[in-house]
Design a protein around this ligand. Structure first.
Ligand code: KIV
Length: 271
């Protein structure tokens, strides 16, 4: 269960498990800043993920690897200030937990102390189990992430669907059980065959949250992608709910034209 308690009923890790038991779907989105966090939280999102995808959509890096712990903490603290109800989960960035479990715990503690969030997420199964257990032993809730794990992009060399082959599918299933047995409160399953995702979700008691993982206990998308801020990224799992690229382009173009023509500011828009 998460530590954050307020006047209104907040989303806790325990509540997510209850939602799975009741068959109530969990809605999760990434978010990196205060303003979007406020809007998303008021709209009723269950889980706000401060994803290391900030490296891509905020900072413009090709992969998630360059983002630092300090940068993640900055984003996480900004989101925390905007969220009253949702569970706030923060990605441990590449290089801050793979070294050893002490390093992993130190990184997780910094995130929890400096950003005052509810939980951390990290990528991998058996390879990071010791780190997961150590973080959990300090009372910090942990979410797993299996399937396509973007921090390992240089190992796989592609963002293609994972675990199509039986040996990789069996390892994923076994990793999911290890993470549940260790005490993780949920797992993100990214870009795997739907049948495999559904099998994992049916075998485990904790919620499986999919991003291209099939009809699971919940879904997650990168906010910038579902808002249509980037027309070039179109994976099959992405559903666009807005065309922010057009909305923003129109607004910027109109503003520039109004300034250039002298139309802005008008008499009512000045002192
Ligand atoms: O960082 C991120 O955006 C994520 C999602 C893809 C789940 O981990």
């Amino acid at each position: 269960m998460s530590a954050v308690q307020g006047e209104e009923r907040v989303v806790t890790t325990l509540r997510l498990t209850e939602m799975k038991r009741r068959g109530e779907k969990i809605a999760m989105l990434t978010v990196y800043d205060y303003t979007m966090a406020r809007i998303m939280d008021a709209a009723g999102i269950d889980v706000a993920l401060v994803g290391d995808s900030a490296a891509n959509v905020v900072a413009g890096h090709r992969t998630t690897l360059p983002i630092t712990l300090d940068q993640m903490i900055y984003h996480a603290a900004s989101v925390r200030r905007g969220v009253k109800r949702a569970l706030v989960v923060v990605d441990l960035p590449f290089g801050t937990y793979q070294g050893n479990s002490k390093q992993a715990l130190a990184s997780a503690i910094r995130i929890m102390k400096e950003a005052e969030v509810d939980a951390v997420k990290l990528e991998g199964g058996a390879e990071v189990l010791e780190s997961v257990e150590r973080i959990l032993s300090a009372g910090i809730p942990v979410m797993g992430h299996l399937g396509l794990t973007p921090q390992s992009i240089h190992k796989y060399g592609t963002y293609a669907v994972r675990a199509r082959e039986q040996d990789e599918a069996e390892k994923l299933l076994s990793d999911a059980h290890l993470l549940e047995d260790a005490g993780c409160f949920g797992i993100v399953l990214e870009k795997i065959p739907a049948a495999l995702g559904e099998r994992v979700a049916s075998e485990l008691h904790i919620p499986m949250i999919g991003i291209g993982g099939g009809k699971l206990d919940g879904q997650v998308l990168v906010a910038h992608d579902m808002l249509g801020a980037n027309h070039e990224f179109s994976p099959r799992f992405l559903r666009r709910y807005a065309d922010m690229h057009k909305v923003m382009t129109d607004a910027f173009t109109n503003y520039i034209a109004d300034v250039k023509s002298g139309d802005f500011p008008n008499d009512r828009e000045q002192y």
